[in-house]
Write a protein that binds this ligand. Sequence first.
Ligand code: ATP
Length: 236
Amino acid sequence: MPLLELNDVNVSYGDVQVLYDVSLHVNEGEVVSIIGGNGAGKTTLLRTISGLLGVGSGAINFEGAPLHTLTPEKIVERGVVQVPEGRKLFHLMTVFDNLIVGAYNRRANAVKDETLKNVYELFPRLKERTEQLAMTLSGGEQQMVAIGRGMMACPKLLMLDEPSLGLAPILMQEIFNNVRAIADQGATVLLVEQDVKNSLALSDRAYVLEHGRVAMEGEASHLMNDPHVKTAYLGL
Ligand code: ATP
């Protein structure tokens, strides 16, 4: 049984349909990418899984039980955690406080010291800056806090929305390395990215979303060599 499963999910903003019959799954321990151009519906997909948007029709199951009927808070409690695009930190709070906020659910709160130690091991730069206000961090460091905060919630599924967005190439690489390190610890990751090359390189499988529909799916290594993916997304 997959950890996460979407069956024929349709989502609209009012009269405007954005997702059409989206079916996909993520197995435990996998890194799965959703790739696609601007406006393909990637963010909408993650927000729907997180319960921030309602499902028009179709079903989302997590560990075999319906997710789409739950509130966003309950969905986090179930272990589905989204790191939003644009980071959305508390700018006037320290790195430490931003991280601790992530551990508010009961399951996470019980192990927060241990998790924090792990986050600081993955992101030594955050440990050095633990008392620094979030607003004074560089873009890359803010992204590290956002991912760290997501990890503090003890996710069974960590969903990352465009973690490399707006970062200089060297920092982008660092963030992708961080995601790889998190995956190597056995985390299950659903990654939304416009940087198709880097995201496919660290993923097991991927889905190509075009105009709100799953246009292609498969092993990341296979998609990387697909002629359509090469011309449309890899600029080759
Ligand atoms: P990007 O990478 O540019 O963020 P995306 O693949 O994440 O793109 P979405 O943000 O999910 O795409 O948007 C998909 C479509 O839904 C777009 O056409 C967008 O204009 C539309 N859309 C997004 N949010 C809303 C909203 N709140 N109300 C109406 N339409 C919306």
